[in-house]
Design a protein around this ligand. Structure first.
Ligand code: IMP
Length: 423
């Protein structure tokens, strides 16, 4: 599979509430790039890919790390949990570890972040249903200008002399005085000992790769409906999974990225609390959840399920300046004569065709459902009527169709070219 010669850089983003199958799409596109770059989030993400029948799950590392010869870059916009990162690093071949580059400006998630989050979620009148990976508090520390960065812990003496004092101060301010300081010192030391060679100025690295004509693939975690600014706030994550997050999360100009691929399932899921207008319940939901294996990669939680939501997808397409869709998990709906799709909503008797801006409105929506053409067994031909309908409804073409779990179960259209025939 080859990217068009004119297309140097591509970004893959999730269009729903995460878990769209981005890992597989990144893995497919990574066969023809020089570096894969994560720009936000941390161990809250869980990317799954099947190579042959072996399941690989990554939380921090971009999918490309499993391809020979590709750099795997963890951008400055990420928040890294030392133990989880070390676990992942130790689960891949040493050759691949040597290809990891970590921004010296990426922030570190520390035990007191997880403790604060647990307290907040337990006490909140309106819990968010987070992954409890300390993501929110780590970003709070970053924007509160008290965060600890990868570059700090690589400084000689920082962990021993400075870190304990800083953490004593921070944890007290947040009501968990003294929480996990010894643990933080221990895990940061392990991180420094294992990965000091990988920590660098990744902004500079990306500039250099770009100027040498190398191809970069940017990989969003979560989905844009969880975007801190444009998602269903406050039921969102604490970073910008949308394409808009690439700039601040890497220091690389988004103007240089020629193509944005948005990943969506043929239906929808959401984990955690918050509005989900196309959600279904009861036996129908249980059957879809089971058929799609919709249980969290990171937390094992059952995912909420619902129908493909066209107004939400149009909003996501606009937000991400989208060029094409990668459609995933259509195989879960194999054999359905028709596919229920939400094409609008009713709010207080009024018909809406746009995803509402106000959270209060989102909660009161009644979905309008149309039946779209189904397919027998998913492939490029049998899916054509559905794909055309999706194109008509959103103005966005499908460039990649995933037809199963494995890496090789995929159909590729323009502008991505398969070698020879369509895969
Ligand atoms: P946090 O990112 O752990 O703070 O969680 C905030 C919200 O984002 C919760 O609803 C989580 O379930 C959701 N979330 C975070 N990461 C993912 C992901 O990778 N997939 C799906 N949902 C996620």
């Amino acid at each position: 599979m080859e990217l068009e010669k004119s297309m140097q850089h591509v970004c893959v983003v999730g269009l729903n509430w995460g878990d769209e199958g981005k890992g597989k799409i990144v893995d497919v596109l990574a066969t023809d790039v020089d570096a894969v770059v994560r720009y936000q989030g941390g161990a809250n993400a869980g990317h799954t890919v099947y190579i042959g029948d072996v399941r690989h799950v990554l939380h921090h590392l971009p999918m490309g790390v499993l391809h020979q010869g590709i750099l795997a870059v963890l951008g400055n916009g990420m928040v890294l949990e030392p133990l989880k990162l070390l676990e992942e690093v130790n689960s891949i071949p040493e050759e691949a570890v040597q290809r990891i580059r970590i921004s010296d400006r990426a922030h570190v998630v520390l035990p007191y972040h997880c403790a604060v989050e647990k307290l907040h979620e337990e006490r909140a009148e309106r819990p968010i249903g987070t992954t409890l990976r300390g993501i929110g508090p780590a970003y709070q520390a970053k924007y509160g200008r008290i965060g600890i960065r990868m570059g700090d812990i690589m400084e000689p003496g920082f962990i021993e002399d400075v870190l304990p004092k800083r953490l004593a101060e921070h944890s007290e301010m947040l009501g968990v005085a003294g929480e996990g300081i010894d643990e933080a010192v221990r895990i940061c030391t392990q991180l420094r000992d294992r990965l000091s060679q990988q920590v660098t100025d990744t902004r500079r690295l990306l500039q250099r790769l770009d100027s040498e004509g190398k191809k970069l693939l940017f990989e969003g975690a979560q989905g844009c409906m969880l975007d801190i600014d444009f998602g269903t706030y406050p039921f969102v994550t604490s970073s910008s999974p949308s394409f808009l997050g690439v700039g601040p999360g890497t220091g690389f100009s988004p103007r240089k990225i020629e193509h944005v691929v948005g990943v969506t399932k043929a239906y929808c899921t959401r984990v955690g609390e918050g509005p989900f207008p196309s959600e279904i319940h009861g036996e129908e939901a249980d059957a879809l959840r089971k058929a799609g294996g919709e249980f969290g990669t990171t937390t094992g939680r059952p995912r909420r399920v619902g129908w493909l939501d066209i107004p939400a997808l149009c909003f996501a397409a606009e937000l991400n300046d989208l060029d094409s869709f990668a459609l995933t998990k259509a195989d879960v709906l194999d054999g359905w004569e028709t596919i229920p799709v939400v094409t609008g909503y009713r709010l207080d008797g009024e018909l809406l065709d746009k995803f509402p801006d106000s959270l209060t409105d989102v909660q009161g929506l009644e979905p309008v459902i149309e039946q779209w053409p189904g397919w027998g067994k998913v492939d490029a031909q049998s899916m054509q009527p559905f794909i055309e309908r999706l194109h008509q409804a959103t103005g966005i073409p499908v460039s990649i169709l995933s037809t199963g779990k494995r890496r090789d179960e995929v159909c590729i259209f323009e502008p991505f070219k398969a070698e020879g025939e369509l895969a």
